[in-house]
Design a protein around this ligand. Structure first.
Ligand SMILES: [Zn+2]
Length: 183
């Protein structure tokens, strides 16, 4: 459950419940990135349990999680129900504004072209992803949508945060799928 009530007054609060004394500037630290990637990984694990391709995403503003979702294509029967899209919708509702300036999106798998486009439209500051998607990634692998100067907004990209964990859950999911298919 996301505590959206903290979205507007987070400046006064602690950044993390368990990590007192971490300053805002330190949000760029690898430690902070791993902290939020772990939350995204928990979302991916929830997707795994629901037999959804295990990808999880969280959106953070001023150290507070304002959106957290996992892929829901099967459950929602919606090709656009990627973790990032659902997290963007939640975050926008939490801040009551479609503009997500000042926000960082953490996602376990490199965003696809649709999600990278949505992240440009949402005007996020930064995207942090775990593992690369060589067949569909749009923020480094196939395209660099967030860094394309022809578009009217750009975001910073950090890749490979907790890469082995983010890749492993996907590998395990598809390994089980293949094993089940052979029965
Ligand atoms: Zn996507």
């Amino acid at each position: 459950m996301i505590d959206t009530s903290r979205a507007d007054d987070s400046r006064d609060g602690k950044l993390f419940d368990e990590d007192e004394g971490v300053g805002y500037g330190a949000l760029l630290d690898r430690e902070s990135d791993e902290h939020f990637m772990r939350i995204a990984l928990r979302q991916a694990a929830e997707a795994f349990e629901k037999d959804e391709v295990p990808v999880g995403a969280v959106i953070v503003r001023r150290g507070t999680v304002i959106g957290a979702a996992h892929n829901g294509r099967e459950t929602l029967k919606d090709p656009t129900a990627h973790a990032e899209m659902l997290a963007i919708t939640q975050a926008a509702a939490a801040v009551d504004d479609w503009r997500l300036n000042g926000c960082t999106l953490y996602v376990t798998l490199e965003p696809c072209p649709m999600c990278a486009g949505a992240l440009v439209l949402a005007r996020v500051d930064r995207v942090v992803f775990g593992t690369w998607d060589p067949k569909g990634g749009a923020v480094g692998s196939l395209y660099r949508i967030g860094e394309d100067e022809r578009l009217n907004h750009r975001f910073q990209v950090t890749s490979g945060v907790m890469q082995p964990d983010c890749a492993e859950i996907l590998t395990e999911f598809f390994r089980r799928k293949r094993a089940a298919g052979k029965k």
